[in-house]
Design a protein around this ligand. Structure first.
Ligand SMILES: [Zn+2]
Ligand SMILES: [Zn+2]
Length: 252
């Protein structure tokens, strides 16, 4: 009996330590609302951000959260005197359900994602590994957006008068991208804030963790100040933090 208790105790301690290690490498949830220059707003949808960007005749969303009814995004639009029909387009950073699920609440808007992640969004391609299988099961319950289109094969996209540069940052998923608008990089999960520095998504959540590391080095080639990410909110001196962070990755 005593031996069983000791074994059970050891298992609990080991599992607890493993869980603690996993959680310490997960992004910390940011504030409910984030305001950036140009009237851009970050809306926390449970644990991921949708970013609302004003456009010529309405707004553009960058990601849309997990919930298919997108209640937090719709509430933020209402506070600005807008309805769901004012969404002119949705840019998805990558094909994980916590970023595209809410697109279903805006059936009139075209939804764009990198061609590499369209099979993930349509549920035609399942993620592998334990964590991947759990995420795939969540995604499988999400209806893919009705107007889903691959991003045009060029390095920018213009929707309703607003032009975003598109940067391919594969690794977290095959088709992860960042959208760049002026000083702001909308990075999805490719790189996120962590205290005084930055963090990469947990290796467990990546199709190719080494590629994910190499991809973010590309951001050093562009001018920006703020990173608006998929889970922690805004990193205001993102460019300086990126330079410091890249030196810790020992990239070849
Ligand atoms: Zn993701
Ligand atoms: Zn995410």
């Amino acid at each position: 009996m005593k031996t069983i208790l000791i074994v059970v105790g050891i298992i609990i301690v080991v599992l607890g330590a493993a869980f603690g290690r996993l959680m310490s490498k997960m992004p910390k949830k940011g504030p409910a609302l984030v305001s950036l220059e140009g009237g851009i707003q970050g809306v926390l949808c449970r644990f991921s951000y949708a970013w609302i960007v004003p456009s010529a005749t309405g707004v553009i969303l960058i990601d849309a959260g997990l919930d298919e009814n997108a209640p937090n995004i719709i509430a933020a639009l209402r506070r600005a005197g807008l309805g769901p029909e004012s969404v002119r387009g949705i840019l998805i950073t990558h094909g994980h359900a916590d970023h595209f699920g809410g697109a279903a609440a805006f059936p009139g808007a075209p939804v764009f994602a990198h061609a590499g992640d369209i099979p993930l969004i349509r549920g035609e391609h399942k993620r592998t590994g334990i964590i991947g299988s759990i995420f795939s099961a969540i995604s499988a319950r999400k209806k893919p957006p009705s107007h889903l289109e691959p991003l045009p094969a060029q390095d920018s996209i213009t929707i309703d008068g607003v032009t975003f540069a598109v940067m391919e940052l594969p690794g977290h998923s095959p088709g992860s991208v960042a959208y760049v608008l002026g000083n702001i990089v909308f990075s999805g999960d490719a790189v996120m804030g962590r205290g005084a520095s930055l963090m990469l998504p947990n290796d467990f959540t990546c199709t190719d963790p080494a590629l994910a590391r190499r991809s973010i080095a590309k951001l050093a080639g562009i001018g920006f100040t703020t990173i608006a990410d998929g889970h922690t909110g805004a990193v205001y001196d993102g460019r300086r933090k990126l330079e410091g962070f890249l030196t810790t990755l020992h990239l070849p």
